[in-house]
Ligand binder design. Structure first.
Ligand SMILES: CC(C)(COP(=O)(O)OP(=O)(O)OC[C@H]1O[C@@H](n2cnc3c(N)ncnc32)[C@H](O)[C@@H]1OP(=O)(O)O)[C@@H](O)C(=O)NCCC(=O)NCCS
Length: 173
């Protein structure tokens, strides 16, 4: 396989990212969420990444700011997702490259943690841990097991807490 290039999205990619999301997911909710995220306060252009294969966009991941509510107060962490790879190119490691690139780019931006809702076994490959082990939950209607998270600053989850996703994420469920 040709090398995968992971880079931050630019406006010219929006249409291709839409196609990736529409092909990877069953409905339009994820594609619409990505559009809405771009217009929201939590959007970080450098953390909306595309995977290119032979000059075509074949995958996308976005990390955005969400609130972490703890007994010590509120702070901001990152939420990973939606993430998608076109079905014709899945199971070839493109998703893994996107996740690893996203983590590597998030670290120097000094966010304290990343949370992700969905496929816990998959994300644990990259160092995410079950959120419930810290007493961490979220406001999405998902099973406790489905939330995983990664501390980028040691101890950020030591008191547990709740990840508060913006309302727009609830359209996925
Ligand atoms: C999930 C997804 C992004 C993975 O991308 P990818 O390029 O295939 O990922 P990789 O090649 O790095 O890893 C593949 C692994 O992902 C995991 N995986 C893929 N789809 C999965 C699913 N539906 N449930 C659980 N794990 C899944 C498997 O462990 C798989 O391992 P395998 O290839 O040995 O079977 C891609 O399959 C996809 O776009 N799926 C549809 C959209 C989606 O569900 N996105 C994630 C939720 S936001």
């Amino acid at each position: 396989m040709q090398p995968i290039k992971v880079r931050a999205e630019v406006a010219d990619d929006y249409r291709a990212i839409d196609v990736v999301n529409l092909s990877a997911f069953e409905g339009e909710a994820e594609a619409q969420l990505v559009d809405e995220l771009r217009k929201s306060d939590g959007f970080i252009p450098d953390l909306s990444l595309v995977a290119e294969l032979n000059g075509r966009v074949v995958g996308h991941v976005v990390l955005s700011r969400v609130k972490l509510k703890t007994s010590q107060g509120n702070s901001e962490i990152l939420a990973l997702g939606p993430m998608s790879v076109v079905p014709s190119q899945s199971h070839r490691g493109i998703g893994s490259e996107l996740i690893e690139a996203a983590i590597a780019r998030a670290k120097p931006l000094c966010y304290a943690a990343i949370a992700v809702a969905g496929y816990p076994e998959y994300y644990q490959r990259f160092g995410f841990k079950p959120a419930k082990d810290w007493g961490l939950s979220c406001n999405l209607p998902i099973p406790d097991d489905a939330l995983t998270a990664m501390e980028l600053k040691d101890g950020v989850f030591s008191g547990g807490g709740e990840v508060e996703y913006p309302e727009m994420f609830k359209a996925l469920f």
